[in-house]
Write a protein that binds this ligand. Structure first.
Ligand code: ZN
Length: 246
């Protein structure tokens, strides 16, 4: 918990950076295999999100990141693992109503990775559910073994994508990324309701305002609006170029 407070924000930033830059930007499809929208169909985007997340997870526990100075020590990587497993196994379920299953690609991918790693690491007690005062918690016991599991899953998902192995991809998603444990879900919803916070976060974009001198732009000012609703309405009004009806 201390670790997550101290390093949570940095580890989440680094993970997102690597997810986007070296995650989505890496990996190749084998010669002669069609693109994943054709081979993996409805599972393509979930598996691609999982692949990008796994690249980030694998490298956030790499000492190279300390050596190049983007994180102060390996505790950042551990905070990333704590957070990912907790979210994938538990916290993200706050977004679902009782009885619902996981549908959205990012949520499925997080569940897939967390449940797969939990299950494959079970015999070595790599990650455990612990109960204290009637509340369930996720506890990572072995960060290096967990990293190794992430590496194995990354290898398998890359293989699925490179070879266009629909059945293997389907099995991974359906077995690990869709189902919700009803008892745990109920507990999480009850605990979350007491916190009175929202299950989603949104982003407000900075606004770039040109400084004009006649017809020339001489500078650009960055403004930070503070109301999400106003910004969305403004986007709709000024940039809604598509017709409402086709
Ligand atoms: Zn992504």
């Amino acid at each position: 918990m201390q670790r997550m407070k101290k390093y949570g924000a940095l580890s989440s930033d680094l993970h997102t950076d690597m997810h986007e830059c070296i995650g989505h930007a890496s990996g190749q499809i084998n010669a002669g295999v069609e693109t994943t929208d054709k081979t993996l169909k409805n599972y393509a985007s979930c598996l691609e999100e999982a692949r990008a997340d796994l690249v980030g997870l694998y490298f956030i526990m790499d000492k190279k990141l300390v050596d190049i100075g983007v994180m102060p020590d390996m505790e950042v990587g551990k905070a990333g693992y704590d957070n990912y497993m907790m979210n994938g196994l538990m916290t993200q379920l706050t977004r679902l109503k009782p009885g619902e299953q996981l549908e959205e690609a990012h949520m499925r991918n997080r569940a897939l990775i967390a449940h797969w790693a939990f299950e494959k690491g079970k015999k070595d007690n790599v990650v455990a559910f612990v109960t204290k005062n009637g509340k369930t918690y996720v506890q990572v016991n072995d960060y290096n073994k967990l990293r190794d599991l992430f590496g194995q899953l990354l290898k398998e998902i890359q293989r699925i994508k490179s070879e266009g192995d629909y059945n293997a991809g389907k099995n991974l998603v359906e077995n690990y990324g869709v189902k919700v444990d009803a008892t745990l879900h109920k507990e999480i919803l009850e605990r979350f309701a007491k916190l009175n916070i929202k299950p989603y976060r949104g982003f407000i974009q900075p606004k770039l305002v040109p400084v004009m001198n006649g017809n020339d732009i001489t500078d650009v000012k960055v403004e930070y609006p503070d109301n999400f609703f106003t910004q969305m309405m403004e986007y709709g009004k000024n940039y809604g170029f598509l017709p409402v009806k086709n």
